[in-house]
Ligand binder design. Structure first.
Ligand code: PGA
Length: 256
């Protein structure tokens, strides 16, 4: 395991789990992982469940995060939630620019950039998502696409602040499809992402920034992905909805 970068496994529950189900799932995960220090474990339930998950993991090593937020601190933005509100319940993380937000809700790199800056200013750790579609990969444009997303999403963020960002490379064609990128495909682009960060910030930030892989990752395929030198964890959808499969995956990250 890399000494430089602590692995981070985050569960993205998406629009799943009632409050009662969230409470049970978080309690089951906490029972197994309350003392997990080798890996950063983050649960990202829907907004309605943040408080019960916060209570369930209080005083443990398990942290929690939101799946989205607005860039303004307050005001007339019906349906939105701000960084301040998230911090007020001791939220640590926020997922930003997930491909589902980009494709269904029109989030652009510019919007992701505003949110990333607001998250950092609000003392949250942003998990900034990037990744190409199947068409873009088929056209061999994946590096160009990912570079543009990084440049846009991280514009104007200085090197010191960028150290606090977590990146998640999620090829859209692998999300929820069961089709996982090969370890070689993932490693190639993770190394490329790190080289782009060296250009945007500097070599030190690039060496320290954590880059998660996301897209049909589960315990059965996690070991070979995490064995790659530039893969520092996972952003987990489907396999995060069941305590056993999520805990198993974290165990792989602890042991490999
Ligand atoms: P998946 O989702 O693990 O179900 O593919 C990952 C994600 O969208 O973050």
């Amino acid at each position: 395991m890399s000494k430089l970068r602590k692995r981070i496994i985050a569960g993205n529950w998406k629009m799943n789990k009632s409050v009662a189900e969230s409470k049970d799932l978080a309690a089951d995960i906490k029972r197994e992982l309350a003392d997990c220090r080798e890996v950063d474990v983050v649960l990202c339930p829907p907004f309605t469940s943040l408080s019960v998950v916060a209570d369930a993991v209080d005083n443990t090593q398990v942290k929690f995060g939101a799946q989205n937020m607005h860039w303004e601190s307050d005001g007339a933005y019906t349906g939105e939630i701000s960084a301040n509100m998230l911090r007020s319940i001791y939220c640590h993380y926020v997922i930003l620019g997930h491909s589902e937000r980009r494709s269904y809700f029109g989030e652009t790199d510019e919007i992701v950039n505003k949110k990333t800056k607001a998250a950092l200013a609000g003392n949250l750790i942003p998990i900034v998502c990037i990744g190409e579609t199947l068409e873009e990969r088929s056209a061999q444009r994946h590096k160009e696409v990912v570079k543009t997303q990084l440049e846009g999403s991280l514009a104007g963020i200085d090197a010191d602040e960028m150290k606090r960002v977590v990146l998640a490379y999620e090829p859209v064609w692998a999300i929820g499809t069961g089709e996982v990128a090969t370890p070689e495909q993932a490693q190639e682009i993770h190394a490329f992402i790190r080289s782009v960060i060296a250009e945007l910030a500097n070599a030190e930030v690039a060496a320290g920034i954590r880059i998660q892989y996301g897209g049909s990752m589960k315990a059965a395929n996690a070991a070979e992905l995490l064995a790659q030198p530039d893969i520092d964890g996972g952003l987990i959808g489907g396999a995060a909805l069941d305590a056993r499969s999520f805990v198993e995956l974290v165990r792989v990250a602890q042991s490999e």
